[in-house]
Design a protein around this ligand. Structure first.
Ligand code: PLP
Length: 369
C-alpha cells in the first residue's frame, strides 16, 4: 500500500555485482557471509538475502533474533548467525528455526541448560580481542564455557569468531594484535573442542584489506551495498563497488516568491531576489534529517539547494527555473552526469556512510529493480 511519491530504488543487480566482486578477492575455498542486519542496512533484508543466496552465499548474518526469524518466515533456509546477544530464554526460538546464536558467557549456557529446546542449538563463540564490545576475554572463561557446553546435549559449538576495531585503517598494530590474540584463543578452543568449527574474523574492511588472512568466512556488510568502509579502503582499488540504493521524490508544488519572502519554520531563509521554490515531500520523519538544510538535491542533473528548515514531511529547494509539478528529484543517486553519493550525504552530516541507508525510515517504500 504505497500512495506516496517518495521512494527508494534498490538495484539488486548492483548488490549481486558487489557480492561477486567481494567473493572474487577471497582465496579459493574461502567464503563470504553476507550481513543483512538492520533490514539489510536499510535495503531490505529479505530481498538482499535472496540475491545473496542466488549468488551462492551459504551463510547470512543478522544482529537480532527477530531479524533472523523474519528471514526464515520469508522462506530463506540458509544458515543464519545472530551476532547480537539473544537472551537465553529465547534460545528455543533460535533452535526451532535452526538459527545459530552467538555465545560469550557462562551464565547464558547455565540458563539454557535448564530449558528444554526442541532441537539442538548451534552456537558460535565470540572472542574479545580488542574491540571491548562483547566476547570471551580469557582462556579460563573459554575453558569454563566449553566444559559447560560439553555437559549438555542441547548445544553444539559450530564456530568461533571475533571483530576488528581498526580494519578500515591501513596496516594498524591493533589489527595485528587482535588477530594474534584470536589465534591463541582459537588454538585453545580447538584443543578443548576438536569438532569441526568454522571460524571468521573479518568485516568488509578486513576482507578487502587482507583477503588472504581471512579464515573460512568473511562477514561482508556495508560493501555488499556498494559502500566502502572508509576512504582508505576505497583507495586500495581492489574492488569496484556499485551503490545499490537511490532515493527519489518529486515536486509537489512550484511557486515564485518575492525578494525578502521567507521559507519554512523560523524564517531562517529569505529570498535575495524573486526566486522559484519547489516543495518536495520528504522530511525528517522519513529520516531526511533537519541537519541536511543547505545540502542539495538533483533536478535534471543540476544541484538545487535545500532552503529553510526541513519539516517533518516536506522540505523546500531553490529552483533555477520553474519546473512542472511531478518533476522527478534525485536525493541520492545519479541524475544525468551528476551523482549524490551516500558518502556525500554522510560527509555533510559528519557521519559515516553506514548510517545513511539505516536512517531512512520505513515510511519510504523500497522498490526493487
Ligand atoms: C556489522 C558487523 C559486520 C559487518 O561489518 P561491515 O563493516 O558492514 O562489513 C561484521 N561483523 C560484525 C560482528 C558486525 O557487527
Amino acid at each position: 500500500m504505497n500512495y506516496r511519491n517518495t521512494w527508494a530504488e534498490i538495484n539488486i543487480a548492483a548488490i549481486k555485482h558487489n557480492i561477486r566482486q567481494l567473493k572474487g578477492i577471497l582465496p579459493n575455498g574461502h567464503k563470504a557471509m553476507i550481513v543483512v542486519k538492520a533490514n539489510g542496512y536499510g535495503h531490505g533484508s529479505v530481498q538482499v538475502a535472496q540475491a545473496a543466496v542466488e549468488e551462492g552465499i551459504d551463510f547470512l548474518v543478522v544482529a537480532l533474533l527477530e531479524e533472523a526469524v523474519t528471514l526464515r518466515q520469508a522462506g530463506i533456509h540458509t544458515p543464519i548467525l545472530v551476532i547480537g546477544r539473544v537472551a537465553p530464554q529465547y534460545a528455543h526460538v533460535a533452535a526451532r528455526h535452526n538459527i545459530t546464536l552467538t555465545v560469550f558467557d557462562l551464565a547464558w549456557i547455565n540458563v539454557v541448560e535448564q530449558e528444554q529446546l526442541n532441537n539442538p542449538l548451534s552456537i558460535h563463540l565470540e572472542f574479545e580481542t580488542g574491540m571491548n564490545r562483547t566476547g570471551i576475554r580469557t582462556k579460563e572463561q573459554l575453558t569454563e564455557i566449553v566444559h559447560a557446553v560439553k555437559r549438555q546435549k542441547q548445544l553444539n559449538i559450530t564456530g568461533a569468531y571475533m571483530h576488528f576495531a581498526t580494519a578500515d585503517e591501513i596496516g594498524t598494530e591493533q589489527y595485528d594484535a587482535q588477530k594474534n590474540h584470536y589465534e591463541t584463543m582459537l588454538q585453545k578452543l580447538v584443543k578443548l573442542y576438536p569438532d569441526q568449527l568454522i571460524t571468521h574474523i573479518g568485516n568488509s574492511a578486513a576482507g578487502i584489506q587482507y583477503p588472504e588472512e581471512m579464515l573460512h568466512y568473511t562477514r561482508f556488510g556495508v560493501a555488499t551495498y556498494g559502500l566502502y568502509p572508509s576512504k582508505a579502503i576505497k583507495a586500495l582499488e581492489t574492488v569496484e563497488l556499485e551503490q545499490a540504493l537511490s532515493l527519489y521524490s518529486e515536486l509537489i508544488q512550484v511557486k515564485q516568491i518575492k525578494a525578502g519572502d521567507a521559507v519554512s519554520y523560523g524564517a531562517t531563509y529569505r529570498a535575495e531576489a524573486d526566486e522559484w521554490i519547489g516543495t518536495i515531500p520528504i522530511g525528517y520523519a522519513d529520516g531526511w534529517r533537519r541537519k541536511l538544510q543547505n545540502f542539495h538535491v538533483l533536478i535534471n542533473g543540476k544541484k538545487m539547494p535545500i532552503v529553510g528548515r526541513i519539516c517533518m514531511d516536506v522540505m523546500m529547494v531553490k529552483l533555477d527555473q520553474p519546473y512542472e509539478v511531478g518533476q522527478q528529484v534525485t536525493l541520492i543517486g545519479t541524475d544525468y552526469k551528476q551523482t549524490i553519493r551516500m558518502d556525500d550525504v554522510a560527509e555533510y552530516l559528519e557521519t559515516i556512510n553506514y548510517e545513511i541507508p539505516c536512517m531512512l525510515t520505513d515510511r519510504i517504500p523500497r522498490y526493487y529493480v
